[in-house]
Ligand binder design. Structure first.
Ligand code: SF4
Length: 368
């Protein structure tokens, strides 16, 4: 708490930090926000004003989501100005965009070309020159971390491939094809290599065996009932602290990129539940109902906004349904991810990481 006489002025003229504790001043701040949106985007404001006056007037979930997603950047800009955090939030946008080659490479190269090589447990052998070719390929990007360097080099190769396919000579085409093959094998041998476990470009949902969910070791053949968890998954508990480390921003954004933004088709089962053909809540093979997020958090909309680097807008969207997200985000996501139609073993991590980080930071969530 600030005990000095400094009134801590905010970035909106005439407001200080203490005003945030005064309902009447908050109302004035809200009016300023509304006036700014009305001036910046009159047509959005007209739609929003009708919606906030009579929420039932917007009956289509797709239209409602669209309104919320379009309003988020306005709120984000206002909060950014209010707390004078333009440089931190701008930096976050840049950091998010810098990660994009990872996800293009993951989907357009690793998933399409390397993953099929190891299908069904097939083993891939690196050819003699493969490593040298890949090292040469990444040479221009050695100032980046190795994962980012491979992804950036891979994207450049994809671009070169498109150009040579359209107008290259036969030699150029052969050279690109040989390089792509070497890179493909290089990636395939690392897909299930524990040393590359942290690389998001090699992480894909595994097929879930519902009747063998908990992997165990049975160390004593004479006592098959004796079971232990796999050593590789052992996490020591210290008191009541959570045992899993929070994900890194790169891992969170990777999951966001894996999301196919189902709210645009009203198919966001993570939020609304997975339904069968008759419209009833579906169950998984274990008979467990898949109702989606118990709070109807707008996960898909939040992903869409965060994907652009706007963590404040994303946080604002989730807070509408879960004002206590800072304390509950880690838990409420668990029911949501089981109902995600796009993957069976991955958590849409934004709720588990953005929320606790927002709780740690008292002014903004731009730190994630
Ligand atoms: S988290 Fe899954 S269900 Fe939800 S919007 Fe993304 S892909 Fe769709």
């Amino acid at each position: 708490m600030n005990n000095s006489l400094d009134p801590m002025p905010l970035g909106i003229d005439g407001f200080t930090y203490a005003d945030l504790y005064q309902p009447s001043r908050l109302r004035e701040l809200h009016e300023i926000f509304c006036a700014r949106v009305a001036a910046d985007d009159p047509s959005l404001w007209a739609e929003w004003d009708a919606y906030r006056t009579v929420p039932e007037s917007v009956t289509s979930p797709i239209e409602r989501s669209d309104l919320i997603v379009r309003m988020a950047p306005h709120l984000s800009r206002f909060v950014t100005a209010l707390f004078r955090i333009a440089s931190a939030s701008g930096e976050l946008v840049e950091r998010t965009h810098r990660l994009e080659p990872l996800f293009r490479f993951k989907i357009d190269f690793v998933r399409k070309r390397a993953l099929p090589l190891v299908k069904g447990g097939a083993r891939v052998a690196l050819q003699a020159d493969d490593v040298a070719i890949v090292e040469e390929l990444i040479r221009p990007w050695t100032d980046l971390d190795p994962e980012q360097a491979i992804a950036t080099a891979g994207c450049a190769l994809l671009d070169r491939e498109a150009v040579t396919r359209a107008s290259g000579t036969d030699d150029e085409k052969a050279d690109v094809a040989a390089t792509a093959d070497a890179l493909k094998r290089w990636c395939a041998v690392r897909l299930h290599d524990p040393a590359y476990k942290s690389w998001v470009v090699f992480r894909f949902p595994e097929t879930l065996d519902y009747f063998n969910l908990v992997h165990v070791q049975r160390p004593r053949p004479d006592l098959p009932e004796a079971m232990l968890g796999p050593d590789s998954l052992l996490r020591r508990r210290d008191g009541f602290k959570l045992t899993d480390p929070r994900w890194t921003p790169r891992e969170v954004v990777s999951e966001i990129h894996y999301c196919v933004l189902c709210h645009e088709r009203d198919k966001d089962s993570c939020s609304k539940g997975l339904h069968d053909k008759e419209g009833r809540i579906a169950t998984n093979p274990l008979g467990i109902a898949l109702p989606g997020c118990p709070l109807d958090e707008k996960i898909s909309e939040m992903h869409m906004v965060r994907k652009s680097g706007d963590a404040i807008g994303a946080l604002a969207i989730v807070v509408v349904d879960n004002p206590l997200v800072a304390g509950t985000g880690h838990r409420s996501s668990e029911t949501a991810f089981t109902a995600c139609s796009n993957r069976s073993d991955h958590v849409p991590r934004i709720g588990t990481t953005q929320a606790p980080n927002a709780a740690k930071c008292s002014t903004n969530s731009a730190c994630i």
